[in-house]
Design a protein around this ligand. Structure first.
Ligand SMILES: *Cc1c(COP(=O)(O)O)cnc(C)c1O
Length: 359
């Protein structure tokens, strides 16, 4: 089997060394005689893995003590409904910023539970920018302000944390968590599915400030009540044990690399190189406002869509996979998460230059 580079938006590329370690430990975790898959979540060994997972995430993100860290199921999509169910706190409305397909979905689901105030939207520019913060309407009666830090499909990313003007700030960080340093204390709640930047699909991280706990509606299933899960170490029911273990290995890999501050430098360099190649070319273009371009997901279109198919076929022949853009946007998308090495981005750039030269 030859080496390839996988630019999938998610589930996505893993650090190779983590896959090798998982393979080595598959049948016998650290002399326990058991595979992690076979371990009782309440047994002798798994609680060690669980504790390490939480403490490594707390370390990497510098999570303050007045926040709980939960590892749930249902994906980020379940959170679209669970956030209003848990965080409305008797209020009837919530503010949302719409900057792309994922924040749009969050709005639609929240509307089942409350009045959604769309504080700002870039729908009228086809989600190619983030509206100026000074134009946002933040309703002081709202329970919280929700936004999506990185729009995985549209390639739009916030480079700073917005001022929520006193409202608890809630962020969907599914596709850029651990890719750049952030100040957790600015947030009421952060959530992320793990399959973009943290590991395999099947775990949803929720980081929530203590004062927001304990308000779940009466009809919220207990496994989706943040307070109940916090009291039970996210083990109110059987957790996704093997996936927790894999996420833990990815966190250890990131720690060994020097943590979030280090990977942020690499991510900045990787994305800058790719955008520069796109901007220099005549064939490729990216429609997103420069200040709002994502470091994780780089969509681009070819000047003539007739070439799309040939581009994808010859990219694969050169070992570059999963570059097809989302069906709603078209063109191409290169997802270059933490685990995508610089050599992968360089191989893509070299291929793009050569493809342009010959077309
Ligand atoms: C992928 C993604 C989701 C959805 O995640 P699921 O695990 O499929 O529910 C939500 N928000 C963002 C920003 C994403 O990238």
């Amino acid at each position: 089997m030859s080496e390839i580079y996988n630019f999938s938006a998610g589930p996505s590329v893993f650090p190779k060394s983590v896959l090798v370690q998982a393979q080595q430990e598959l049948l016998d975790w650290q002399g326990s005689g058991q595979s992690v898959m076979e371990m009782s979540h309440r047994g002798e060994f798994f609680p060690i893995i669980a504790e390490q997972l939480e403490s490594d995430l707390r370390l990497l993100m510098d999570i303050p003590n007045n926040y709980k860290v939960l590892f749930l199921q249902g994906g980020a999509s379940a959170q679209f409904s669970l956030i209003p169910q848990n965080i409305l706190r008797g209020k009837s409305k919530a503010c949302y910023i719409k900057t792309g397909a994922w924040s749009e979905k969050a709005v639609i689901d929240a509307q089942n539970y409350c009045d959604v105030v769309v504080s700002a939207s870039s729908e009228n520019t086809a989600y190619t920018n983030i509206p100026e913060e000074s134009t946002w309407f933040l309703d002081q009666q709202a329970a919280y302000l929700h936004y999506t830090t990185n729009e995985t499909i549209h390639g739009v990313e916030f480079s700073t944390i917005p001022d929520a003007k006193g409202l608890p700030l809630i962020a969907d960080m599914s596709s850029n968590i651990l890719s750049r340093a952030i100040d957790v204390s600015q947030f009421g709640l952060i959530y992320a599915g793990t399959q973009k930047n943290m590991g395999p699909a099947g775990v949803t991280v929720v980081i929530v400030r203590d004062d927001l706990l304990g308000y779940a509606s009466k009809t919220t299933p207990p496994v989706f009540d943040y307070q109940e899960q916090a009291k039970n170490g996210s083990m109110l029911n059987t957790p996704a044990t093997y996936n927790w273990y894999l996420v833990g290995l990815v966190l250890k890999w990131l720690k060994a690399l020097g943590g979030v501050a280090e990977i942020e430098k690499t991510n900045a360099a990787k994305s800058a190189n790719l955008y520069q190649a796109i901007d220099k070319s005549v064939l490729y273009s990216n429609p997103v406002a420069i200040a709002n371009r994502s470091r994780m997901n780089v969509p681009f279109v070819l000047a003539d869509a007739v070439l799309d198919k040939e581009f994808l076929v010859s990219a694969e022949a050169n070992g570059l996979f999963e570059l097809k853009g989302h069906r709603s946007v078209g063109g191409m998308r290169a997802s270059i998460y933490n685990a995508m090495p610089e050599s992968g981005v360089q191989a893509l750039i070299d291929f793009m230059v050569e493809f342009e030269r010959t077309h």
